[in-house]
Structure formats: structure tokens, C-alpha cells
Design a protein around this ligand. Structure first.
Ligand code: UDP
Length: 313
């Protein structure tokens, strides 16, 4: 296949580039580098089946030659990004999805949308199944991401139904691993950096909120299988092992061998407004349709991630 990956220099996008190249495909990575980094793909420079194009996909996308698949992964993806880049976040989810779908339609390519567990908002159904419609605050700080992704799902289904574009939608739950941005403000890089520096780990609120963390290679495997499947409706991909953020902080202290203490803070900015209280994917559909389940334990995945961050803190 000849595949376009938008957001190809980002955390997930760059791992997808690696996977598609390893499977023998040709990869065009596109990124405007506002949150993506060339360091994530510099090992691919000179690869005969790899091309990087610096471009903002909210503008018309031009790609020469045929395409078999378009994977739309471009977007800021952390709560502090949404605060700092609210309009680019809305634009890439809305206008960027429109451009990427238009390209897929013109090329007769399959389209895969990177959607998110954030479409479920602060969920009232737990764990979250794909048929849950969600509980999202449209005007809160996270609304710029959540609503853009909800619009992106609606647009993807409209292109499927009206234009017969062959589409897939993956709802991605919290994913971690090498190439996350140290400064992106999410809990995994924050806690690891704090632990490695011997600084206090900052648990927001009382730490009773839960998340379920998936290692990046498991996520990539699920996405690869989804692209090759026939499933048009959204599929959750994530690791269902759920834990509180306080327990997660304790795990990071233990795995880093850090002397750091754990402190409870309540940021005065908008960072924890509308923070989902619980989140856990129901992955029955992915298990059934894709024969997929995560394989990497939290300890093994975190060890790899800590090794990646150690020389960078
Ligand atoms: N969190 C925290 N301390 C931090 C960063 C995040 O306690 O330094 C919490 C945050 O309030 C949320 C959870 O960790 O409940 C996951 O936050 P993250 O920003 O990683 O992503 P989210 O799942 O909220 O999109």
C-alpha cells in the first residue's frame, strides 16, 4: 500500500510510520510540526519508501500519485495543548478531517480516523462501550478537542454514507510510550519526569479519578488490524486495566526507584475542569472483530517509557 499518515511526526503517527514501513508499505508522513517533532522520524530520513511533507492539513492537501489509505492522526492531544492551541485543535479535527476525507475520496483510498475516548466525555456509563453517546461539555476547555473529534466522526460517517468512502474509526484510550513529549503535560510524562528529577509527583484533585493505560505497540497493532478489517463503525482500542491516578503515581515512584513524594494539587487554571472521573475501554468489540487484545503489561511498558525519558529529563 501507499499510505498517507497525517500527524506522522507525532507520538502515535511516528510509531504508525514505523509499523507500515516494517510491513513493506510506502509511507508519506505529513505534519505541520506544531506538536509533532522531526526527532520522532529522523531515523526514517533517507528510507526509500518514506517521504515527509511539512504541511498544515487544515489547508488543501496535495499528494502526488496514488494512495491506498489515509490515516488522519494530526491533532494536538493533551489537555494543556487544548488550552494553548484551542483553535488549531478545533480546526484540525474539523477542517483537517474534511481535507483528509476529500483526499481519500479523490484517490479512492481507505480512510481511518483517529478518534478518542474523549467523545465519551465525563462518562456516565462505565466501562465505555462504543454504543454510548457520551457526556461532553461543549463549552469547556476540553470541548475544543472533544467536539472536533465528534464532528470528525460525524463527517467520516457522512463521507461513508453519501460518498461511499471506505472508512474506519478508532476510539483511542490513554496511550503511552517512547516519543511522548516530555512537556505535553499529560500524566505519564509529568509523573515520570518528576520522579526522575526527584521532584514531587503532582496528583490533581484527590487522585481517585481513574484511567486505563495502553502501551503504544498494542495500540498500533489494534489500528493496523482495524484498517485491514471491514468494520466501518467506531472501535475502542485501549487497555482495560483501570487504576486510580494516585495508584499510578505510586507505581511510577516504585518503578523509577525515586525518592519523590506524592502531593495533591488543585491547579488554579482550567487544567482539571471537566476532568473525566473514570475511564476504561470496553474492548469486547475489538476482541471479537479484530481478534485483538493488549499484550504489554503496565510494568513492562512503563519500564520502556522510563528508559526513553531518562536521558531527556
Ligand atoms: N493528572 C495528574 N497530575 C498531572 C497530570 C495529570 O493528576 O501532573 C491527572 C489528570 O487530572 C487526569 C489524569 O491524570 O485525571 C490523566 O490526565 P492526562 O492529562 O494524562 O490525560 P486525560 O486522560 O485527562 O486526557
Amino acid at each position: 500500500m501507499r499510505v498517507l499518515i497525517t500527524g506522522g511526526a507525532g507520538f502515535l503517527g511516528s510509531h504508525l510510520c514505523d509499523r507500515f514501513l516494517a510491513e513493506g508499505h510506502t509511507v508519506i508522513a505529513m505534519d505541520n510540526l506544531i506538536t509533532g517533532k522531526t526527532a520522532n522520524i529522523e531515523h526514517l530520513a533517507g528510507h526509500e519508501r518514506f517521504l515527509f511533507i511539512k504541511h498544515d492539513v487544515t489547508n488543501y492537501i496535495y499528494v502526488e500519485g496514488p494512495l491506498d489509505a489515509v490515516l488522519h492522526f494530526a491533532s494536538p492531544a493533551s489537555p494543556i495543548d487544548y488550552l494553548e492551541l484551542p483553535i488549531p485543535t478545533l480546526k484540525v479535527g474539523a477542517l483537517g478531517t474534511h481535507k483528509a476525507l476529500g483526499l481519500a475520496k479523490a484517490k479512492g483510498a481507505r480512510f481511518l480516523l483517529a478518534s478518542t475516548s474523549e467523545v465519551y466525555g465525563d462518562p456516565l456509563i462505565h466501562p465505555q462501550t462504543e454504543d454510548y453517546w457520551g457526556n461532553v461539555n461543549p463549552i469547556g476547555p476540553r470541548g475544543v478537542y472533544d467536539e472536533a473529534k465528534r464532528f470528525a466522526e460525524a463527517l467520516t460517517m457522512a463521507y461513508h454514507r453519501y460518498h461511499q468512502v471506505d472508512t474506519r474509526i478508532v476510539r483511542i484510550f490513554n496511550t503511552y510510550g517512547p516519543r511522548m513529549r516530555l512537556e505535553d503535560g499529560r500524566v505519564v510524562p509529568n509523573f515520570i519526569a518528576q520522579a526522575l528529577r526527584g521532584e514531587p509527583l503532582t496528583v490533581y484533585g484527590d487522585g481517585s479519578q481513574t484511567r486505563s493505560f495502553c502501551y503504544v505497540s498494542d495500540l498500533v497493532q489494534g489500528i493496523y488490524h482495524l484498517l485491514l478489517s471491514n468494520e466501518v463503525e467506531p472501535v475502542n482500542i485501549g487497555n482495560p486495566v483501570e487504576m486510580t491516578i494516585l495508584d499510578f503515581a505510586k507505581t511510577i515512584v516504585e518503578l523509577t526507584g525515586s525518592q519523590s513524594e506524592i502531593v495533591f494539587v488543585r491547579p488554579t487554571d482550567m487544567r482539571i475542569k471537566d476532568d473525566p472521573k473514570v475511564r476504561q475501554p470496553d474492548i469486547s468489540k475489538a476482541r471479537r472483530i479484530l481478534n485483538w487484545k493488549p499484550k504489554v503489561s503496565l510494568h513492562a511498558g512503563l519500564k520502556e517509557t522510563i528508559t526513553y525519558f531518562k536521558p531527556r529529563v
